[in-house]
Design a protein around this ligand. Structure first.
Ligand code: ADP
Ligand code: MG
Length: 228
C-alpha cells in the first residue's frame, strides 16, 4: 500500500533529509518510524503526504507514484491519507464539531452524512460531550482527540502521524495510543513518527529506525531499540 523505492530527499541548502530509503508497508500494518531528532522522521512523513517531493526515487501510495501526480490530482491522494501532527492544528474559531465537520465539507460530503458521521466519530474518540467546545477550552489530550477525529472522519485507508503525543503527558499519550490501536484494529494502516521510547516499547509493533536519514533497523514487532 505504501512503497518507497530508493528515496532520497536533499534540501536546497544541501542538508540530507533522508537517503536511499526502501520501505514497504502493507495494508493494515502499524508502523513506528523512530530515531533521534534530525534523523529524518518528519522528512519521511512529508514525502508520504507529498508535502515534499523526493530528489530521487519513487514514493508510491495505493499503486500511484506520487511524484508523477499533477497538481489537480493531489487532492485525490490526500483523501487516502488522514494526518495528525504534534501541534494539533485545529481551527481556533470553530467548535470541536465544526473542526471535524469541516474535513467532510472540504470533500463535499452531503449534510446528512456529516450530521451522522461527526457525532459518531466524536463519540469514538470520547468527545461526545465536548462537541460545542472551542479548542482553547480543551485540554491537550482533548485537542489531539479532536484532531484524530478530524483525521479519520472520512475513513482514509492510511493514517499518518508525526509525533502525535509530543505535547502530551504520559498518561494522556497512552490514551491517544489506545485510540490509534483501536483505529488500526478496524483496518486503518498507521504510520507514526515518534521519539517516545516508552510508547514504542509498550506497543510492540513494527519499528523502523532512522539515523542520519538512513534506515538502520526494521523489526516486525519490537521495542524502540535492541537494548533490553
Ligand atoms: P526529525 O523529524 O527526525 O527530527 P527531520 O526530517 O526534520 O528530522 O530532519 C532531517 C534532516 O533534514 C535534519 O538534518 C534537518 O536539519 C534537515 N532538514 C529538515 N527540514 C529542512 C529544511 N526545510 N531545510 C533544510 N534542512 C532541513
Ligand atoms: Mg520531526
Amino acid at each position: 500500500m505504501i512503497h518507497l523505492n530508493n528515496v532520497t530527499k536533499t534540501y536546497p541548502n544541501g542538508s540530507v533529509g533522508v537517503e536511499g530509503i526502501n520501505l514497504h508497508i502493507q495494508k493494515g500494518e502499524f508502523v513506528f518510524i523512530v530515531g533521534s531528532s534530525g534523523s529524518g522522521k518528519s522528512t519521511l512523513i512529508k514525502l508520504l503526504l507529498k508535502e515534499l517531493d523526493p530528489t530521487s526515487g519513487d514514493v508510491m501510495i495505493n499503486m500511484v507514484k506520487t511524484n508523477e501526480l499533477n497538481r489537480s490530482q493531489v487532492p485525490y491522494l490526500r483523501r487516502n491519507l488522514g494526518v495528525v501532527f504534534q501541534d494539533f492544528r485545529l481551527l481556533p474559531n470553530k467548535t470541536v464539531y465544526e473542526n471535524v465537520a469541516f474535513a467532510m465539507r472540504v470533500i463535499e460530503a452531503p449534510s446528512r452524512t456529516i450530521r451522522r458521521n461527526v457525532p459518531a466519530v466524536l463519540s469514538l474518540v470520547g468527545l461526545g460531550q465536548k462537541s460545542r467546545s472551542y479548542p482553547n477550552e480543551l485540554s491537550g489530550g482533548e485537542q489531539q482527540r479532536t484532531a484524530l477525529a478530524r483525521a479519520i472522519v472520512n475513513n482514509p485507508p492510511i493514517l499518518i502521524c508525526d509525533e502525535p503525543t509530543g505535547n502530551l503527558d504520559p498518561e494522556t499519550a497512552r490514551g491517544i495510543m489506545q485510540l490509534l490501536d483501536d483505529i488500526n484494529k478496524r483496518g486503518t494502516t498507521i504510520v507514526m513518527a515518534t521519539h517516545a521510547r516508552e510508547i514504542v516499547d509498550e506497543m510492540q509493533k513494527r519499528v523502523v529506525t532512522l539515523q542520519d536519514g538512513h534506515i538502520v533497523r526494521d523489526v516486525e514487532k519490537g521495542g524502540y531499540s535492541d537494548e533490553a
